[in-house]
Structures are given as C-alpha cells and as structure tokens.
Design a protein around this ligand. Structure first.
Ligand SMILES: Cc1cc2nc3c(=O)[nH]c(=O)nc-3n(C[C@H](O)[C@H](O)[C@H](O)COP(=O)(O)OP(=O)(O)OC[C@H]3O[C@@H](n4cnc5c(N)ncnc54)[C@H](O)[C@@H]3O)c2cc1C
Length: 406
C-alpha cells in the first residue's frame, strides 16, 4: 500500500451503527467496505427512536428531514388492566414526543434504508457474507470471509449487533459479555389484522406485557415482553419453543384478545425473538479491531436508546479515526469520549420506572397512574415532566464543538 492510498476500513453489519461509521469515514476520505450477513437491507420494522444528540448527528448527515418524514403516525392504544378491564386510551407517540422536540420515532427498517441510501453510492456493500477469521498483522488486519477472498484492512469495525461475530472472533465468547436482564421479547406482524389502523392495545400484568399497535401504514405489530426464570436457557432460534413459552406465560390472561395474539406467533413471517440483554465490556477495542453499537454496548430495548447510542457511537468512532493515523489510539479515544454516556444510557434499562414492562404489581400501578395523567399533562403542556431521565441521558454527550461535518 502506498502512503497516498486511502485508508481502507472493513465494517461488519449494515444496520444502524455500520452505515453511520461508513458515511463519516467516506467523508474523511477513507475507502469503506461493509459486509452484511443478510441478503439485503433488513427492513423488519419495530419502532425505534432517534433522540437528542443522535438526532443532531443525522442533521449533520443531511438525513434528518427524511427521518422526520418517515415518522410513525399517531396511534391511540387502549390500556387494559390485569383483570381485562379498560383503563384509559393513551398515544405512546405523545410520551415519546415529550422527551426532546428533535426526537423522531420511526420503523427501524425505514431508518436502515435511509442510512443505506445515503451511503450506497460510495461505500462497497457485500451482502450474503460474513467475517470468518481476523488476525492483526504488521500491515493491518488480515480478514478471511465465508465467501469473498481474504483482504487486509487498516481497521476492522464490528457493528454486527448484540450477537456480534466480530466480537466473538476478536474478544471471545458472548457469554463473557452478555447480561440478561430477565425478560424475553417477541415481535411479529399480524397477517390478518383485526386491528384498525391508528389503534392499539396494551395489556400488562406484573412481569408480562402484550401489546399490539397498527400505524396507518403497514400491518399490526405484536410486541410481547415477559420475564422468564432462566433467560440463559432460552434458545432464541427455536420458534416452536418461543411459541410454547409464550402460551404458558399468557395462559389465563383475562384479556380476550390475548390468546389470538399469542397463537399468531406460530405463523408469523418475520419473528424477532430474543432475550432482553445488555453487552458490557471492559474495552471496546483490541489493536486495530473495534466494536460499536449493540456489538459493544447494547443497552436493550428497555432503555429505548439503542439506536441513538449506535448512531452517536458510530459518529464519535469515525471522528476519532480521521483525527490520527494511529488507529489503536483513535479507538481508545473513541471509548474515552463515549463511555460515561453509554453507561448512563444503559442504566435507563434497569430503572424501576418502566412504561414497557413494570416487573411487580406496585410498579404496574405506578405506570398506570402515569398513563392516566398523560391527557392532563398534554393539555397543560407538561409532557416533558414524564421523561426527565431519558432526556438527560440522550443529551449527556454534547457535540456542539466536536466532530466531523460541523
Ligand atoms: C424489540 C426491540 C425494540 C427496540 N426499540 C428501540 C427503541 O425504541 N429505541 C431505540 O433507540 N432502540 C431500540 N432498540 C434497539 C435498536 O434496535 C438497536 O440498539 C440498534 O439497532 C443497534 O444498531 P446496531 O447497528 O448496533 O446493530 P443491529 O441493528 O443489531 O444490526 C446488526 C447488523 O449486523 C448484521 N450481522 C449480524 N451478524 C453478522 C455477521 N456475522 N456478518 C455480517 N453482518 C452481520 C445484522 O444482519 C444486522 O444488519 C430496540 C431493539 C429491539 C430488539
């Protein structure tokens, strides 16, 4: 490689963190290859949020308006008590919109498509492939692939999610880093929807929640989250076992729609089923191999911040990489800048005050009381009072005087 050749980065994973790193490294003059295991951009679509400083990053990328245009339409959900009776109607969008005015809730697939579209022109995407081995050599990082020919890169970034292959190959088995928080989550579409567009239901018992929501575009989506005795014993790839577990968990539910929603898991085309877990590592890099997003610091959906910290993490990583020719020093600088922000956001997932999955009867009563106050707070313009902790965490790291593309 000559001194003037652009530096070449390999990124594993084409979802959120990967394309963000790719975008900014390209802008800084790097050559970038992204390898993605799936055959195409995965556009399965549970709702995610782009919040606070992460939304500012997307403004600097010029994609914020597109993200805003893809905002999920308002749905009004009927909240059901454990005994099956109706409590109140609430629009979750209102709670989400009350965090920061810049925030946007959209389907995850819409976001990944936008990030793909803004990078595909000058980033090399390789689908249907995966890293098979990684070895650091004097000239860089030597990588073999399952399908493509081996190559040597200046840096390798693992942005391949909570079950990262890059992490396993460079840092060892997942079991050292994964922390199960207790629940499992199942998300799937209802093929023959009985739910009207713009409507939804939220049925919660202590430690188990079953909701369904249908935006004006797209199918109704079921979201089930439930605490299990031993999350490490769950085989997340076994759909039949997922269905058996769910039937057991929701047996005796006093809400008439529950059994039909649970039955639908068996025929769901795109099922997302996993334990609700965080990744915690003592360090996010080793030499010239770095991790970002869920691969390095998954906070779990209970934090509501996974996407935002993946975006901001990708941005900081690229900023530090372009600032020096010493890749390993850049990866250390990225971690130094980001770590306390990440820890603050991961902590959101274990707070008692969860709107999604209150674990005990008392927390559920408190959650329901919060829901009852939503219409009043909205009328008074006080929705911000519901989400101070999320607002603080999502803005904890300022990029006002920092980073690429200012
Ligand atoms: C149910 C649920 C709800 C959520 N809700 C929210 C929310 O409300 N707000 C929020 O901010 N976040 C939310 N999140 C979290 C958010 O989806 C993730 O934190 C975020 O997508 C992380 O992005 P990422 O790019 O790091 O990883 P991922 O989005 O997991 O992407 C990893 C990519 O790597 C690819 N890949 C995997 N293995 C390989 C391999 N061996 N080789 C090549 N490619 C590979 C995958 O196909 C995928 O494209 C939620 C997550 C879940 C599961």
């Amino acid at each position: 490689m000559t001194a003037s050749a652009p530096r070449h980065a390999l990124i594993s994973g084409a979802s959120v963190a990967g394309p963000v790193v790719a975008y900014w490294l390209r802008r800084a003059g790097w050559r970038v290859t992204i390898v993605e295991r799936a055959s195409h951009i995965r556009n399965g679509g549970y709702p995610i949020d782009v919040r606070g400083t992460a939304a500012e990053v997307t403004q600097r990328m010029g994609v914020y308006d597109q993200i805003k245009d893809a905002r999920l339409t308002r749905t009004v959900s009927q909240v059901i008590r454990p005994n099956g009776r109706k409590l109140i109607k609430v629009a979750l969008n209102d709670i989400i919109a009350g965090v920061n005015t810049i925030d946007v809730e959209l389907a995850r697939g819409e976001l990944t498509q936008i990030l793909y579209d803004v990078t595909v022109g000058d980033v090399e995407y390789v689908f249907n492939d995966s890293i098979a081995s990684i070895v650091e050599v004097t000239e860089g990082v030597h990588v073999t692939f399952v399908n493509a020919d081996p190559q040597t890169f200046d840096v390798v970034i693992g942005a391949d999610g909570i079950h990262s292959t890059t992490r396993r190959l460079a840092f060892g088995d997942e079991s050292q880093y994964i922390h199960h928080l207790g629940p499992c989550v199942a998300i799937y579409n209802l093929s023959n929807s009985a739910i009207e567009p713009g409507k939804g239901y939220i049925y919660t018992q202590p430690g188990k929640s079953l909701s369904v929501r249908r935006s004006t575009a797209g199918p109704a989506r079921v979201f089930a989250a439930f605490v299990v005795d031993d999350p490490s014993a769950i085989d997340v790839d076994d759909v039949k076992a997922a269905s058996r577990t769910m039937k057991e968990i929701y047996r005796g539910a006093k809400w008439p729609l529950a059994s039909g929603l649970v039955e639908a898991v068996e025929t769901a085309d795109e099922l997302y089923f996993d334990t609700v877990s965080q990744i915690k590592m003592a360090t996010w890099s080793r030499g010239r191999i770095g991790l970002v997003g869920d691969a390095a610091f998954a906070p779990s959906f209970l934090s509501g911040q996974g996407t935002s910290i993946a975006i901001l993490g990708g941005y900081v990583l690229a900023t530090e990489l372009q600032a020096t020719t010493d890749v390993s020093a850049a990866l250390n600088a990225y971690e130094t800048r980001l770590r306390s922000f990440i820890e603050k956001n991961q902590a959101l997932a274990i707070r008692k005050k969860s709107n999604v999955l209150p674990r005990d009867a008392k927390s559920l009563r408190q959650r329901n009381r919060r829901f009852v106050t939503v219409p009043i707070l909205k009328r008074l313009g006080l929705m911000r009072t519901l989400s101070g902790d999320v607002r603080e965490a999502s803005n904890e790291l300022s990029i006002a005087d920092y980073g690429l593309g200012r």
